[in-house]
Design a protein. Structure first.
Length: 245
């Protein structure tokens, strides 16, 4: 059983109440034990095909189905189905019992002071973080100036004291390989709305989960459907939550 299946095994099955696939984010609303919950995940566009085959086979008839039909695509990395599956999984994961609200930049800066910090993903706060840590290495699939490509991970991660990874590493299938490269003494953080707030991740070497909890479901669905970036989605009604090992 892989990591995502193990997280799924800790959840209860629900019913799909609403689905919204936006330009940047995908939202899935489920009902579990009579309560609505909403999960988010980054929208993966997949490849444009001329075959006429749909990228989301059940598009238009997803509402009312069991969540098991959506999460079955957790093994389809880098696809629109994976976005739906991850958003559904995040909706099914129950809220953590103990959590705090911490700014990710402040947390990484505090943990990374005088240390080597590696970021998997070029987060918006890179420029603000750089002068606050001993050394900052940014690895991204589409590297900007000063970043490193994914191929540099086996060289950089063994040297890093603190590693913050975008939750999208769970969606593109790179999480396990990245964890194998890391310095075993490094603190590891999963960061972003795609991150499941599941304590099962602690059993796989993660120390900090920095994800999101949707509080105003209707407003968030409207924002997602209108192409909002995460800052806009956050303002619409998302609480940023940090869970420690």
């Amino acid at each position: 059983m892989n990591l995502l299946d193990e997280i799924l095994a800790t959840t209860e099955e629900g019913q799909v109440v609403d689905v919204c696939v936006g330009m940047n984010w995908t939202a899935v609303v489920v009902e579990v034990d009579g309560k609505r919950r909403c999960g988010l995940a980054a929208t993966l566009s997949g490849f444009h095909e001329h075959s006429g085959q749909p990228q989301i086979p059940l598009a238009g008839v997803l509402v009312g189905r069991s969540t098991s039909e959506l999460v079955a695509d957790l093994q389809a990395p880098n696809s629109p189905q994976m976005s739906l599956a991850m958003a559904a999984l995040n909706a099914l994961v129950p809220p953590p019992e103990v959590w705090s609200e911490q700014n990710a930049l402040d947390l990484i800066a505090a943990r990374g002071r005088d240390r080597h910090v590696a970021l998997i993903g070029h987060f918006p706060f890179v420029d603000a973080l750089r002068p606050q840590v001993g050394r900052l290495s940014v690895i991204d699939q589409h590297p900007l100036e000063g970043d490193f490509p994914p191929e540099a991970a086996p060289e950089i991660l063994p040297q890093a004291d603190f590693i913050a990874m975008t939750g999208m590493v769970l969606m593109n299938g790179t999480f396990e390989n990245l964890m194998q490269c890391r310095n075993l003494k490094a603190d590891v953080m999963l960061l972003g709305p795609s991150t499941p707030l599941s304590p099962r991740l602690f059993d796989f070497g993660v120390d900090i989960l920095a994800g999101s909890w949707v509080e105003n479901i209707d407003a968030v669905l409207r924002a997602v459907g209108q192409g909002a970036n995460f800052r806009q989605v956050h303002r619409a009604g998302v609480r940023l939550i940090t869970v420690m090992r």
